[in-house]
Write a protein that binds this ligand. Structure first.
Ligand code: SF4
Ligand code: ZN
Ligand code: ZN
Length: 325
């Protein structure tokens, strides 16, 4: 199996391609494929302030690296990487150290949010006291914090490292459980009522492609999984459906994801009209109290949204801004 472009030994063949590529040509191909995401209407990064959620895993690390490497092409104003230390003992501090190294290596402005410092309680305790699964609390908290940073810091776009397998899996899970609101959020680009756009540029590639990319480039990343990572029955079922689909129809996962996104676009009415403002922190919310204020009110006795926003403003002021221009 030789590289289609140069004839040297093949390194990797994405399942949706009929040909192999050597390491160099695969890296080129992968980066171009991610960059193509931004050439579609409504995805231009010119003069935009971008916040990248950096977990330290292979996905967000690859995304950040490609964005920074191509700043001349993309012409954004600046990028800041943000990481949340969730306060999971024996895990979060290790991750934070690696993420700091990664951000330092990329020379990108870095904002650390320490959940315990911020609200006095880490994720494990928060989820225990709220009697909710850690991943559901984690998702709510991180979404709130990233939005709060974007709003407070005047960022135009929040980017996350979700790849196509992630997005497709969550979409199918939401269809099984009929979670309409969550379905809308899984499109590659979602514009929120507060004007912050959420983008998932890695929905152009598969998880296996990213694994091959970090191996070829040697990008530093964290491989240790979060201790709360849980693979349930629905996850297993959805994984096997998408695996069989791709085995029988190469590129089938791409087709299915694109078509599901079109369906969501065409048939799911926007819930913009149903969006209110949280009475405590003024964040966009489907209820009079946003999820974060409700969670913190239940667990800590008072809603912490507005307090968090004020503290994020301080963190942003104190951050050493080495703007990437
Ligand atoms: Fe959060 Fe860990 Fe769950 Fe991921 S696995 S959502 S990091 S708690
Ligand atoms: Zn080649
Ligand atoms: Zn609120």
């Amino acid at each position: 199996m030789n590289c289609k472009l140069c004839g040297t030994s093949g390194y990797y063949r994405p399942s949706y391609l009929k040909y192999w590529l050597c390491e160099t040509h695969f890296v080129e191909y992968f980066e171009k494929r991610v960059l193509r995401f931004f050439s579609k209407p409504g995805r231009d990064l010119r003069n935009k302030k971008i916040l990248v959620a950096l977990s330290g895993g292979k996905d967000s690390v690859s995304l950040l690296h490609i964005l920074l490497k191509n700043r001349d092409v993309l012409k954004y104003t600046n990028i800041v990487a943000v990481h949340v230390n969730l306060g999971i003992s024996g895990f979060s501090d290790l991750v934070e150290n690696v993420v700091r190294d990664i951000a330092g290596g990329e020379n990108v402005p870095f904002l650390l949010i320490d959940l315990k410092n911020l609200i006095g309680i880490g994720l494990p305790e928060l989820s225990r006291k709220a009697r909710r699964a850690p991943c559901s609390v984690c998702g709510l908290v991180k979404r709130y914090l990233f939005n709060a940073v974007a709003e407070t810091g005047g960022f135009d776009i929040v980017m996350t490292g979700h790849h196509l397998d992630d997005a497709l899996k969550f979409m199918l899970k939401d269809m099984i459980t009929y979670d309409v609101h969550s379905l809308r959020g899984l499109k590659p680009v979602v514009i929120s009522v507060n004007g912050v756009t959420r983008m998932k540029p890695l929905t152009t590639v598969y998880e296996d492609d990213i694994k091959a990319y970090v191996k070829a480039t040697g990008l530093k990343h964290i491989e240790t999984p979060c201790p709360f990572k849980h693979i349930g029955d629905v996850d297993r079922a959805v994984d096997s459906i998408t695996r069989v689909l791709e085995d029988n129809i190469p590129g089938g996962k791409i087709m299915l994801y694109r078509n599901l996104c079109k369906l969501v676009e065409e048939y799911l009415k926007s819930d913009e009209n149903g969006i209110l403002r949280c009475q405590y922190c003024y964040s966009p919310s489907r209820n009079h109290i946003c999820g974060f204020c409700k969670l913190t009110e239940n667990v800590l006795g008072e809603p912490r949204g507005i307090f968090v926003k004020k503290n994020i403003a301080k963190l942003l002021d104190n951050m050493e801004m080495k703007w990437v221009v």
